[in-house]
Design a protein around this ligand. Structure first.
Ligand code: ZN
Length: 259
């Protein structure tokens, strides 16, 4: 993406887009206070802050660092008046093969963070990631796992549903219904390209891939979700390389024809 966060806010205004979900690295680069002020002046809804999480670690010292950083992420989300803090849970600690251990660290991490996020009234949104990221990004890979965690952890935690990560799951319809309106905190859109040439940075524009987005949307809406649809297209060699105003125009068109 060729824009910084301030330029992206202005771009949203120009294209009549009502909400934005900033990433923390962009936020840091642009400055929290000035972004918060700009967002307020622009009247943009902050649909989520991406991202907290990355809980599994190999040492006590590292654990404390992760918790501290996640608390800062909650503070930033509060400062932006975000609807939720999105959690990418983290994968295996370096050198580890203990996937069940990583998953229990994720549970403990979210439970610990909830003690901080609940009083701040900042919902945490677990984003299950496609299993190809289980080693290095997120060991929570299905809606069922995320729903189980929500059952266990109680109030203050829900789910960010990203079609890119969950479209292949044969239990998706059931698990979206199980999550229901209370638990679905965000809905992320893009498409799965065939072939996909990069594990992270080759997402497709809605309509260019194989995901039946209108079907998944119908399940989300039947569950009662009435929030924003967030377009999230990490695409180093295609969409990020194009003029951002052109990309936003295509997004608006595809929202009408492919979603
Ligand atoms: Zn996402």
């Amino acid at each position: 993406m060729k824009w910084d966060l301030h330029q992206a806010i202005e771009g949203c205004l120009r294209h009549g887009i009502g909400g934005i979900a900033p990433w923390r690295d962009q936020l840091e680069a642009a400055g929290l206070d000035s972004v918060a002020r700009h967002l307020r002046d622009a009247g943009l809804r902050v649909t989520g802050l991406c991202r907290g999480g990355m809980f599994p670690v190999g040492s006590k010292a590292a654990w404390q660092k992760v918790i501290d950083d996640n608390r800062r992420a909650v503070d930033e989300a509060v400062a932006l008046q975000a609807d939720c803090l999105v959690l990418v849970t983290g994968g295996l600690p370096e050198g580890s093969r203990d996937l069940p251990g990583a998953r229990s660290q994720v549970r403990d991490g979210i439970a610990t963070l909830l003690e901080y996020a609940r009083p701040a009234a900042m919902p945490l949104a677990i984003e299950p990631l496609h299993p190809m990221y289980a080693a290095d990004r997120a060991c929570i890979n299905t809606m069922a796992q995320a729903n189980d965690l929500c059952d266990e952890l109680g109030d203050g935690v829900g789910i960010a549903v990203d079609v890119y990560h969950v479209w292949w799951d044969p239990t998706l319809e059931r698990e979206i219904a199980r999550a229901g309106r209370e638990r679905i905190l965000a809905f992320h859109l893009c498409d799965w390209l065939v072939p996909t040439t990069h594990l992270l940075l080759d997402r497709g524009m809605m309509g260019d891939g194989v995901i039946d987005i209108p079907l998944i949307r119908s399940w989300i809406e039947r569950a009662g979700y009435a929030g924003f649809y967030e377009v999230e297209i990490m695409s180093r060699d295609n969409w990020w390389a194009r003029p951002p105003d052109e990309v936003l125009a295509v997004i608006k068109e595809r929202m009408a024809t492919a979603v």
